[in-house]
Design a protein around this ligand. Structure first.
Ligand SMILES: *Cc1c(COP(=O)(O)O)cnc(C)c1O
Length: 398
């Protein structure tokens, strides 16, 4: 017998759960792409995206996933042979650096490992060593979805300022936008990339690049900017078709419009507080389980953890076994361990992640935690008691 039938739940760090309102907004005939409603809607979507990023500057939309906007951001800033400093804190920052390298950018990587944030003193040293200012941009993630570490973006900005280094500051907020607090302009971020399928609760397929005047100046000389990836026509179109360099992603725009309305209704501070409370409930449960058994939060300091995804270590083969048990017996899909492979665990079977980004509430989180507890019990994986009580306690007094 299986207890999986019923509404299934994809508790992975993207694509996230899509609200019924978003799905219903997309369920309609294609609109006129030449004039009318779609044009007004697109203009308003761009403005509302800037509110979520908290920027007065420019936003370009691409029909692309996160990897696409990684490439877009690089193309508009760098010329072949320019240098980037990449601050690696897991699979995702390294991935962005790899994209830049493949495009002809010289990449210097400082690797902070799989369970630690960026150490600002290492950035200070790297900038001081760059006396002739060859580093054109410093690239990092706010949240690395693989390690679930959250970097302190304002601290890194301060390091750049104190060094008096002119490099652009480029931040990937794909896993954190509309989940963790972020203020592009106040925090001095020059380029920020994000995508539709995580905190923005819309199907994968739209990517966003936000950039300020300093970054746009780099675009003047960036010889990697090609026709399709050029951000200028998209951000300042003379004719509608330039927004997307071709046919508009009509239904994604309808979905995103609805998601942005939901975000405006709840308000960002409330959304950040909800994500914080749900994350703390998950951590409380994980700490209780880990008190007597192999489960361990990948990031030990709560102040350094993402509020949108939690990476866990449980030892091979328990991670994969638990994921499979939950799919087959509870209708819950957890995230795989990403970039966590070791010599003893070549497939990363000792890891899993819980996604808790976007359209997620208290009962969904309690459902996932309850299902995990059943799985730990069924698979005889040792674990401490009181996890669900601890989570409920957090949710009772968020
Ligand atoms: C999901 C994610 C990406 C990659 O997005 P894709 O849509 O899978 O290309 C990049 N960076 C971060 C931080 C992410 O969470």
């Amino acid at each position: 017998m299986t207890l999986a039938n019923g509404r299934t739940y994809l508790a992975i760090p993207g694509p996230s759960v899509m609200p019924d309102r978003v799905l219903q907004a997309m369920h309609r005939a294609a609109p006129n792409i030449y004039e009318g409603e779609l044009h007004d809607l697109t203009r308003a979507v761009v403005e509302d995206l800037k509110k979520v990023a908290d920027t007065r500057h420019q936003a370009a939309i691409y029909i692309a996933n996160g990897h696409g906007v990684w490439e877009a951001a690089v193309a508009n800033v760098f010329s072949r042979g320019d240098k980037a400093l990449v601050l690696g804190t897991g699979r995702f920052a390294q991935g962005w650096g790899e994209v830049a390298r493949r495009m002809g950018v010289e990449v210097e990587l400082i690797d902070f490992g799989r369970r630690a944030p960026i150490d600002p003193t290492k950035l200070t040293e790297a900038l001081a060593a760059d006396r002739d200012h060859r580093i054109k941009a410093v690239m990092c993630v706010q949240v690395d979805t693989a390690s679930s570490v959250r970097n302190d973006i304002p601290v890194l900005r301060r390091v750049l300022d104190e060094a008096g280094h002119p490099a652009l500051f480029m931040v990937d907020c794909i896993a954190s936008l509309a989940c963790d607090e972020f203020h592009m302009d106040d925090w001095g971020v020059d380029v920020m990339v994000s995508a539709s399928q995580k905190g923005l609760m819309t199907p994968p397929g739209l990517g966003f690049v936000f950039y300020n005047d300093k970054a746009d100046k780099a675009r003047d000389t960036a010889d990697l900017a090609s026709f399709y990836w050029d951000w200028r026509p998209r951000a300042e179109p003379q004719v509608y078709y330039q927004y997307f360099a071709g046919t508009a992603p009509t239904h994604h725009l309808f979905g995103l419009r609805e998601a942005l309305d939901m975000i405006a209704e709840e308000t960002l501070p409330t959304i950040w507080a909800r994500h914080s409370a749900l994350a703390r409930a998950i951590w409380a449960a994980c700490e209780a389980w880990g008190a007597e058994g192999p489960l361990e939060l990948n990031i030990s300091d709560p102040a350094l953890r993402s509020h949108a995804v939690t990476a866990l270590r449980i030892g091979a083969p328990h991670g994969t076994a638990l994921r499979h048990w939950l799919i087959e017996n509870a209708g819950v899909t957890l995230g795989i361990g990403l970039g966590m492979e070791t010599e003893e665990d070549p497939r990363g079977d000792g890891f899993f992640r819980i996604g808790h980004m976007g359209h997620v509430n208290a009962h969904m989180v309690m459902g996932v935690l309850g299902a995990i507890q059943s799985g730990l019990t069924a698979l005889n994986i040792p674990h401490g008691r009181g996890a669900l009580d601890a989570a409920a306690e957090v949710l009772a007094r968020p």
